[in-house]
Design a protein around this ligand. Structure first.
Ligand code: ARG
Length: 458
């Protein structure tokens, strides 16, 4: 039976019921609904709606229910209850009889669902932080292993300057650090309890809402009941954080897909995270990475969907808001899976050292060094840039790398070039020179690895 049968003389059309019910997805809020209900039952004692003994009986029954749903969450799906709140109340009444009917005094499903979802978001944030840290750990491990793996760095997907695979790994480490810090920031805002806001105007019982909030693990209660039941900022905020992070993961995936291509051949992905073609026996496709890249679209879609759903809603609760959950659950599950999959891809990735080095040497990625060399010899940078451009054109015509040009060939472009030019054109010199903070010099990268390890510990 629905929670609201009294006013109705006709049963709901089955098609409407299916359309309206949310149990098939909000069953995931079962634990939060039960914990919130225990908190509410305690508050009801303080306003003499429940006796201490009644509250104890309710709490025992709710705890039994909690254990039961923890062991078997799917049991909930067998019921035809409208939503998780109705389901918990029905089970409670089955267990303790009429006493169970007292629990909803002074409470509405509007403040209830807002509280449940916020509690769920708080727990989920902690799980996501753990998953991000795991991927960060994997990035640091990979960086540590491949500090000496020189490869080309790109701008415009044109070889630009040499970098190392370790430096590349640590770039993604930084992005994930920011994602994590966004989650921590969000937690501060999520720490406010809507319970006791009633349907929209506040509860009619003089409950100490701050005390209730603290019992539920929040820092305090919300300030305005209309806002409390209408606020889904936490949904949009988590979806925003997820979307930004999926952008990072998508770029990570795209980089590795390029590195793994036959053309680049910089890395080899493990058989464990690739799949074959049904037709072409030679193929080993980077499916894990392609799916990470592909799934970013769906997470960003969920954010857009939520924004659209909420943007025109009048205060306070509207049933449109029930649409918040499926997108959120799916997006966060997807993000979580992608974090884990990215970590798995790194677990036994192999770097093709000779090929990476060869590619780093090609493409005139030491041209900037030559310009800097000229600058050191007193040539103004703009002029040096122009001279090196001409040297590169000549080298391309001769099909030579810069360091393969003879001194006489160099001198045609600038008389200041001497034998010592060859030292600065070496890959080692290109790397070593970039020793300012954040640069690719081996010293900086190994310091960055130490910092990254500390950052994970804290
Ligand atoms: N299933 C609903 C939701 O997810 C719960 C709140 C229902 N409130 C109401 N006034 N009908 O939003």
């Amino acid at each position: 039976m629905a929670l609201w049968g009294g006013r109705f003389s006709q049963a709901a059309d089955q098609r409407f019921k299916y359309f309206n019910d949310s149990l098939r997805f909000d069953y995931r809020l079962a634990e939060q609904d039960i914990v919130g209900s225990i908190g509410w039952s305690k508050a009801l004692v303080t306003v003499s709606v429940l006796s201490v003994d009644e509250q104890k009986r309710l709490e025992i029954a709710l705890n039994e229910l909690l254990i039961s749903v923890q062991n078997d969450p799917q049991q909930i799906l067998q019921s035809d209850a409208e939503d998780i709140h109705s389901w918990v109340e029905q089970r409670l009444i089955e267990k303790v009889g009429d006493l169970g009917k007292k629990l909803h005094t002074g409470r509405s499903r509007n403040d209830q669902v807002a509280t449940d979802l916020k509690l769920w978001c708080k727990t989920e944030v902690m799980t996501l932080i753990t998953a991000i840290t795991h991927l960060q750990q994997q990035l640091v491990n990979t960086a540590e292993k491949y500090q000496d793996a020189v490869m080309p760095g790109y701008t415009h997907l044109q070889r630009a300057q040499p970098v190392t695979f370790a430096h590349w790994c640590l770039a993604y480490f930084e992005m994930l650090t920011r994602d994590k810090s966004r989650l921590h920031d969000a937690l501060v805002r999520f720490d406010v309890s809507p319970l006791g806001s009633g349907a929209l105007a506040g509860t009619a019982y003089p409950i100490d809402r701050d005390e209730l909030a603290k019992n539920l693990g929040f820092t305090r209660a919300t300030n305005n009941s209309l806002d409390s039941v209408s606020d889904r900022d936490h949904v949009m905020e988590l979806l925003s954080i997820a979307s930004i992070s999926m952008n990072h993961l998508s770029r990570f995936a795209e980089d590795l897909i390029i590195f793994n291509s036959g053309e680049a051949n910089f890395v080899e992905l493990s058989d464990r995270v690739t799949s074959g073609s049904s037709l072409m026996p030679q193929k080993k496709n980077p499916d894990a990475l392609e799916l990470i890249r592909g799934k970013s679209g769906r997470v960003i879609g969920a954010l857009t969907g939520a924004m659209m759903t909420f943007k025109g809603l009048p205060l306070a609760y509207n049933k449109d808001m029930q649409e918040d959950k499926e997108g959120l659950f799916d997006a966060l599950d997807t993000w979580h899976d992608c974090l884990n999959m990215a970590a798995l891809v790194l677990e036994d990735i192999k770097i093709n050292y000779p090929r990476c080095l060869e590619a780093a040497k090609q493409g005139y990625s030491n041209a900037t060094e030559l310009a800097d060399y000229l600058v050191a010899k007193g040539v103004p940078f703009r002029e040096a840039h122009h001279i090196v451009g001409e040297v590169v054109v000549a080298a391309i015509a001769k099909q030579k790398a810069l360091e393969e040009l003879t001194l006489d060939e160099f001198k045609l472009f600038s008389s200041v070039i001497k034998q010592d030019v060859y030292d600065i054109l070496s890959i080692e010199s290109c790397l070593n020179k970039r020793s300012a903070k954040g640069g690719v010099s081996p010293k900086q990268v190994s310091a960055a690895i130490v910092n990254a390890k500390n950052c994970i510990k804290n």
